[in-house]
Design a binder for this molecule. Structure first.
Ligand SMILES: Nc1ncnc2c1ncn2[C@@H]1O[C@H](COP(=O)(O)OP(=O)(O)O)[C@@H](O)[C@H]1O
Ligand SMILES: [Mg+2]
Length: 382
């Protein structure tokens, strides 16, 4: 049996919860010809939202294309992925990817040949000496041309667009900007988790995409909606999860989509096949701790990335400890505190909640409390 809870893979359809409003908003903008930018920290459900939006448009018989920039280490591959994603609307992507591997074998496939005849640039992929930026440029044009040929609108999802920086992104971003502006039948959703990069590309007045697209921040999932969903899922396997236990769980994750699912998945695995049919507080606390251990590499990596930035580390520790007034209680001058806070915010590690700074990642908070303060599990969770 497929497990009730998903942690890791993007979720769609009835597994995607608490995003109906945002989905409607995004679809509305795209329908009215505006592109959209989604910004959220890692594992907040950006990919899930992008894929769900594309799926809904596909059901309405529009063309769609999904490209994950994270998986495109160089411009040529990026260009190939765009082209392949566009061709998939006519089921030509497989033929294209075979064509890339061995140039000759597929030219006899009538349909693919037809597509190539209309869009000669595709042949250029067979030439290893082609200029990468040219290929990329033409692949962006191809999106619109392909849609035009079939008289369709096309919605393109560029996931982890902030990663464009690793492809020497400045020139690519400008290229995109220039082309996209002229396209009539193409709309875009860009998503990204590197807050600072996304801001540089889309939000600040100097950014190339300034005022070009609607910016939407994806937040945690509403805890009330999550609680209902979790209870319903566990009911499917006759497990009753106590109200206080659910409150501890959501009090800890605050509706962080990935961790909430991960902890539930942990519980599910533990209980299936046993004759236990109730989940109480203790079990939640244990499941959080187990989820923590399964994430330890990820958390340690986050922590390591901060080593060297002593002020930022000190501030994170103070926030995790729950110190209310950072400016007065830290042995740092005010300027340094505000600079470090700004940096932490732009990395998506902290945010303001009711005017106080909190950690975005509950497991990072748990890690600091457990490993630095040596608090026990219930205290670290609270
Ligand atoms: N709307 C949602 N409903 C339920 N679970 C979600 C939702 N969004 C994200 N998740 C959980 O978070 C995980 C990561 O989602 P993903 O879309 O890959 O995030 P991102 O692209 O922001 O890193 C999913 O595997 C799932 O466990
Ligand atoms: Mg993603």
């Amino acid at each position: 049996m497929e497990s009730l809870f998903q942690a890791g893979r993007p979720v769609m359809g009835n597994k995607l919860i608490g995003r109906e409003e945002i989905l409607k908003e995004i679809i509305h903008y795209l329908n009215s010809g505006q592109s959209v930018v989604l910004i959220a920290p890692r594992r907040f459900g950006k990919t899930s939202v992008v894929l769900e939006v594309l799926n809904r448009f596909k059901k309405d018989d529009l063309f769609t294309a999904y490209v994950d920039i994270f998986a495109a280490p160089e411009k040529r591959i990026f260009a190939e992925q765009i082209t392949e994603a566009v061709l998939s609307n006519k089921k030509l992507h497989k033929a294209f990817s075979d064509f890339r591997k061995s140039f000759s074998s597929l030219m006899h496939q009538m349909e693919f040949k037809q597509a190539v005849e209309d869009f000669e640039f595709i042949l250029k992929f067979a030439d290893k000496n082609q200029d990468e930026l040219d290929l990329l440029s033409e692949s962006i044009d191809f999106i619109e041309e392909f849609a035009s040929k079939y008289k369709k609108q096309i919605i393109c999802g560029f996931d982890e667009f902030g990663d464009i920086e690793k492809l020497n992104g400045g020139e690519i971003v400008k290229l995109f900007r220039a082309k996209i502006q002229l396209q009539q039948q193409t709309e875009y959703i860009f998503s990204g988790s590197l807050e600072s990069v996304m801001e540089r590309i889309f939000i600040t007045s100097k950014s190339p995409f300034y005022r070009f697209a609607r910016v939407i921040h994806i937040k945690e999932i509403n805890p009330g909606i999550f609680i209902k969903y979790i209870r319903k899922e566990f009911e499917k396997i006759d497990i009753d999860i106590q109200k206080s236990a659910l409150n501890i769980l959501l009090g800890f994750t605050k509706g962080h989509p990935y961790y909430t699912q991960l902890i539930c998945k942990q519980l599910e695995f533990k209980l299936v096949g046993t004759n236990k049919n109730k989940i109480n507080d203790r079990e939640i606390i244990d499941a959080i701790d187990e989820a923590y251990w399964s994430e330890i590499n990820y958390i340690e990596k986050l922590w390591e990335e901060l080593s060297g930035a002593r002020e930022q580390v000190n501030i994170l520790i103070a926030i995790a400890q729950g110190i209310p007034s950072l400016y007065n209680s830290l042995d740092l001058n005010k300027l340094n505190v505000s600079r470090a806070l700004r940096k932490l915010r732009s990395k998506g590690l902290i945010k303001k909640e009711d005017k106080i700074n909190v950690l975005v990642d509950p497991m990072l908070k748990y890690f600091i409390r457990k490993e630095i303060f040596k608090w026990d599990s219930p205290q670290s969770i609270s």
